[in-house]
Design a protein around this ligand. Structure first.
Ligand code: DGL
Length: 258
């Protein structure tokens, strides 16, 4: 059994946890929500690196064999620093799913929703650079999306008007594929899909990140499987926000465990 440490600025990383338990159902999970410092989207890289170090120390102290940085913003700001400073620890980060979007688009226009920090990061800019000769890539910050999810507002008029304000500019220029570049956004996927309509495909990179985590554990020779499955939730702030979103994803985990 592997011990898998996961962190995010808040509850969003549970969209990655939900996929991890599908490919790694018999492991011990430690999830850390840094919600006392959420959102990360507008923070400096140095601030996020400091948080990344502090959380990595906590997760390693509890026995993590691997750290999944289940946050696009923290991946952009801090994963290179963490890999350099903890050379023996395997880290898995988020990848903006531009490639599958570029391969699947019919209109030749793909939309990326992410935080300001992710969109400014060199990882995203490099990925964008590889595909922009062939497709038009338009971006928008999901303004207010993280706050909606942290407050448990996943549908209804407020969620719709907030999502529409950031999604509509992408649809207006013909995007037929929307990349979710922040781990909080999959919790708003039903609203995003309803507003975007049936001709628009929404892509969440979490399943690919889960498969990558399995590969990295195997490469590092970490024993996996056999159980028992367990999950412990931690938060730097109020635990109730995390508990609310966990209730949505725990059914999948319990189903797999039983
Ligand atoms: N879930 C984070 C991400 O994937 C959250 C962003 C934030 O805290 O602003 O980017």
């Amino acid at each position: 059994m592997a011990t898998i440490g996961i962190f995010d600025s808040g509850s969003g990383g549970l969209s990655v946890y939900r996929e991890l338990v599908k490919v790694l159902p018999q492991e011990r999970y430690l999830y850390f929500s840094d919600n006392a410092h959420c959102p990360y989207g507008e923070k400096t890289p140095e601030y996020i690196q400091d948080r990344g170090r502090a959380i990595t120390d906590i997760l390693l102290g509890m026995g993590a064999d691997i750290i999944v940085v289940a946050c696009n913003t923290a991946t952009a700001a801090a994963i290179a620093t963490l890999r350099a400073e903890y050379p023996h620890v395997p880290f898995v980060g988020m990848e903006p799913a531009v490639k599958p979007a570029a391969l699947g688009t019919q209109t030749g226009v793909i939309g990326v929703l992410a935080t300001a920090g992710t969109l400014k990061g060199s990882k995203y800019l490099n990925t964008r650079g590889q595909y922009e000769d062939n497709v038009t890539i338009v971006e928008h910050v999901g303004q207010g999306f993280v706050e909606l999810v942290e407050n448990g507002i996943l549908d209804g008029p407020e969620a719709e008007s907030t999502v529409r304000a950031s999604l509509q500019p992408l649809l207006n220029v013909g995007a037929d594929t929307i990349v979710l570049g922040c781990t909080h956004y999959p919790f708003l996927r039903p609203v995003i899909e309803r507003l975007a309509g049936p001709g628009v495909q929404v892509i969440d990179p979490a399943p690919a990140v889960a498969r990558q985590t399995l590969r990295v554990l195997q490469e590092h020779g970490v024993t996996i499987g056999k159980g028992p499955f367990s999950v412990d939730l931690y938060a730097s702030g109020d635990l109730s926000a995390l508990g609310r979103i966990y209730a949505l994803v725990s059914d999948a985990a319990q189903h797999i465990d039983s």
